[in-house]
Design a protein around this ligand. Structure first.
Ligand code: PLP
Length: 812
């Protein structure tokens, strides 16, 4: 058979020719498109399917292997997996880049454009979800036998449009054009129960009589590790009704109520809550958490019993990691299964539960610690509420028998206001609890969990977050990747600590020149993207000063925009001064219900409109707000950054991972001593990072003693001028009072200490201006960042979890 428009295969390398044929076959016979009529998305599907075949081969080999050797398995339960695009990940981890490129070239199709047309799988809000995605990559790369478990949201995180400077949310629908990376497993259907009541039979056994049931149906995505070391599975659950619709009602013509049950059931996996720090949509959210946790535990128990027969050996063969408290309902759920279904005594069941579970804490902010009203918990999960009461009671007995010096109060699972504290439940139900940076772990021990830590001093461990070098350097920064591979070889991709071989090259003028060229090329690429998406022309030679992350008051985008206004004023006052041209780049989404965060977005855009259109300013200062921040935009922005803004109120950012991505790609950090910034600073050296502002201790102290932020504003000429301009409406002539809520909070209720840190930040930025003017030395420091942050690989994090928490071996 001949296919129209194809070149003969003879001239291509064998692998590319073979792949070319597979792509065309997939396009015609699976996608069902004539090559003459195919658009980019059809080619994307065809290429993905062809690559997927290879992934599946490795996947099956690995599973066969594991069935034979039965290694201990790791289960990573997470409400969020912010995995982004998958094609390039698979291609590069399988070492197929060149083959794919060549095959597409021969087909006359733009490979890069094909990759770019994949929708981002945005099943997460931010750092917590992206961490889960990096961990999947690392667990596969390290040969750990692991499953990720989560929810297959029909609508991931909303798409953000910036409309006249305001954030506008649009429904995200990553599934509409099909998602080729998943396999529906319709043969697996777990029933998940809700509501009802609990009876006791004549033997005193609890019997849960639920009121509602839904079906959990799994969709599996293979996750290949570096060099296809191992392929693990991400299993996401979709909610379905027990029966699709009520035929009786339908026949009576009552179509809507015939489908009612189905609609309610499917609601559970409909949307990702667009907020990872506060609780919303309470009852539905609780149902989502229970839904995916219960389905995952059912799966885990079935698998365990199939391979090992006996439920009591669960902790020897399974380690379950709870990513934050969202799956903390696993504690009473596992207990319930062991007691009610496997007839174990409560104490023994609790011991097994405790030895199987581990918990990662992600925040110390009291408003972000999950807490469910007892009444709601009893209504949705009556049997679990009973078991939570039992756990709390046992815990109290244990505490009173062991440590009379520790008060029960802060350690209670059920607090005095009728709330179930999920953090305490997860802590008590797990044998290991980890913080995500050294500082955060230390603060956990001293603050929220101080009493529980005193009771269980071995339980808290630190595992500083990490990022996968595959996505966050190898894939997203081809210029720097190729330079590094040429200079120090490829070993760092699989073991990032080897990147320190580049250290001496910081002193090599020729290497510095090429490093700077790679950076400039990334900046040109971003400048084009900015032009396309925002219509703003920026000079690639200016400093790219980047602040991208969720918009939150503690992340202090407000501090940055105040400094931007002060900088604008300074330039206006002396237009011919020796200025360092800057492009301030912001991106990030605000939770739709978070008023202050949305006002900050509007303020940034209003300031941008004034600054960017002021002819006196020209290229000395530009302000850009890139809409719809997600993994794919991070992959373009980060490699182009000169300066990384990590300026959270000290003590409030548990770790951060954006900070690591920037440093690895050679940006210098301006930051507070918060989260992993502390550890980044220790590794890159204080000359190669710009630290300013209060420490976590200083923050705690000043909050205790109190301070007058209005006075601070009035006594600082730059700050007071900036605040007054906002108050006067200089940036919002159409609505001069627009930002009063923002400025009033600054003057009278500055919880995030923007005013307190302003002067130090302003000064740090002046030092940075000077440093950037010495371009060659800046490049040297930039190289020292890249070469010194190998420790922040998520491979290192996962080795730590495997060793200190899961007790599983790690391959090479
Ligand atoms: C890394 C990443 C984050 C986390 O960024 P922080 O600066 O650590 O808050 C959030 N969103 C996306 C898309 C990311 O890639």
């Amino acid at each position: 058979m001949t296919l129209s428009g194809l070149e003969p295969f003879e001239s291509a390398s064998g692998a590319a020719a073979d792949l070319q044929q597979r792509i065309v076959d997939r396009l015609i016979y699976t996608v069902g498109k004539d090559p003459d009529r195919a658009d980019l998305s059809h080619w994307n599907a065809a290429l993905s399917l062809a690559v997927r075949d290879h992934v599946v081969d490795y996947w099956h080999t690995g599973m066969r292997n594991r069935r034979a050797h039965r290694p201990k398995r790791v289960y990573y339960l997470s409400m969020e997996f912010l995995i982004g695009r998958l094609l390039r990940d698979a291609v590069s981890n399988l070492g197929m880049d060149e083959t794919c490129h060549e095959a597409m070239e021969r087909l006359g199709v733009d490979y890069e454009a094909v990759i770019q047309c994949e929708a981002d799988a945005a099943l997460g809000n931010g750092g917590l979800g992206r961490l889960a995605a990096c961990f999947l990559d690392s667990m596969s790369s390290l040969g750990i036998s692991a499953f990720g478990y989560g929810i297959r949201y029909e609508h991931g995180l909303f798409r953000q449009r910036i409309d006249n400077g305001w954030q506008v949310e649009e429904a995200e629908d990553w599934l509409v054009s099909g998602h080729v990376w998943e396999f529906e497993r319709s043969e697996v259907r777990h029933t998940i129960n809700f509501g009802g009541h609990v009876e006791t039979d004549q033997n005193g056994r609890a019997i849960w009589r639920p009121a509602d049931r839904v079906i959990a149906s799994p969709f599996d995505t293979p996750i290949a590790g570096w060099q296809a070391a191992n392929v693990n599975t991400l299993r996401l659950w979709a909610a379905n009704p027990i029966k699709m619709f009520d035929l009786d009602k339908f026949n009576r013509g009552d179509y809507l109520s015939a489908a009612r049950h189905a609609v309610l059931a499917e609601t559970i996996s409909r949307i990702l809550y667009p907020d990872d720090t506060t609780q919303e949509g309470k009852e539905l959210r609780l149902k989502q958490e229970y839904f995916f946790t219960a389905a995952s535990l059912e799966d885990i128990l079935i698998r365990h019993l199939m391979f090992h027969g006996d439920v009591e050996s669960l902790p020897d063969h399974a380690a379950i990691q709870l990513n934050d408290t969202h799956p903390a309902i696993a504690v009473p759920e596992l207990l319930r299964r062991l007691v009610d279904e496997h007839d174990l005594p409560l104490e023994k069941a609790f011991d097994i539960t405790n030895r199987t579970l581990c918990y990662t804490n992600h925040t110390l902010m009291p408003e972000a610690l999950e807490r469910w009203p007892v009444d709601m918990m009893r209504h949705v999960l009556p049997r679990h509420m009973q078991l939570i009461e039992w756990i709390d009671h046992q815990h109290r007995k244990y505490l009173e028998n062991h440590r009379t010096d520790i008060s029960f109060g802060s350690t209670k699972v059920i607090d005095d206001y009728g709330g179930v504290r999920m953090g305490n439940l997860a802590f008590i139900g797990s044998h290991r609890v980890n913080g995500v940076s050294a500082l955060h772990t230390d603060l956990m021990k001293k603050t929220v969990f101080s009493d529980l830590h005193a009771l269980y001093p071995e339980r808290i461990v630190n595992q500083t977050n990490g990022i996968t070098p595959r996505r966050w350097l190898y894939q997203c920064n081809p210029g720097l990747r190729d330079l590094l591979i040429e200079s120090i070889g490829e070993r760092w991709v699989g073991d990032l600590e080897y990147i320190e071989a580049a250290l001496p090259l910081a002193e090599n003028a020729n290497f510095r020149e090429r490093f700077a060229e790679a950076k400039l090329a990334n900046k040109v690429r971003l400048a084009e993207e900015i032009k396309k998406r925002c219509g703003i022309s920026v000079d690639p030679h200016a400093m790219f000063d980047v602040h991208i992350k969720r918009i939150h008051e503690y992340k202090r985008q407000l501090l940055n925009i105040l400094e931007t206004i002060a900088r604008y004023n300074a330039i206006k006052a002396d237009p011919n001064g020796e200025w360092t041209p800057r492009v301030k780049i912001f991106a990030g989404k605000a939770a739709p219900g978070y008023f202050m965060a949305k006002m900050i977005i509007k303020l940034i855009n209003d300031v941008a409109a004034v600054v960017n259109n002021d002819p006196e300013i020209g290229n000395l200062l530009k302000v850009v707000y890139m809409p719809n921040y997600n993994v794919s935009s991070a992959e373009i922005i980060i490699p182009a950054a000169d300066l990384s803004e990590q300026i959270s109120t000290a003590g409030m950012e548990a770790s951060g991972t954006g900070n690591m991505k920037f440093a690895l790609n050679g940006a210098l950090t301006v930051g507070t001593l918060d989260g992993a910034n502390v550890e980044i600073g220790e590794r890159v050296g204080e000359d190669n990072i710009f630290i300013f502002g209060l420490t976590a201790e200083g923050v705690a102290d000043i909050r205790k003693t109190g301070f007058n932020s209005n006075e601070i504003v009035n006594n600082n000429p730059e700050l007071s001028q900036a605040v007054q301009m906002i108050e006067r409406g200089d940036f919002s002539p159409d609505d001069r009072g627009r930002f009063h809520a923002v400025t009033d909070k600054l003057r009278y209720d500055d919880y995030f200490l923007v005013t307190v840190d302003f002067a130090a930040y302003f000064d740090a930025q002046r030092v940075i201006d000077g440093a950037f003017r010495n371009a060659d030395d800046w490049t040297r420091r930039s190289i020292l960042n890249t070469a010194n942050v190998g420790w922040f690989s998520s491979d290192r994090s996962i080795r730590g979890y495997a060793r200190d928490m899961w007790n599983v071996p790690v391959g090479s």
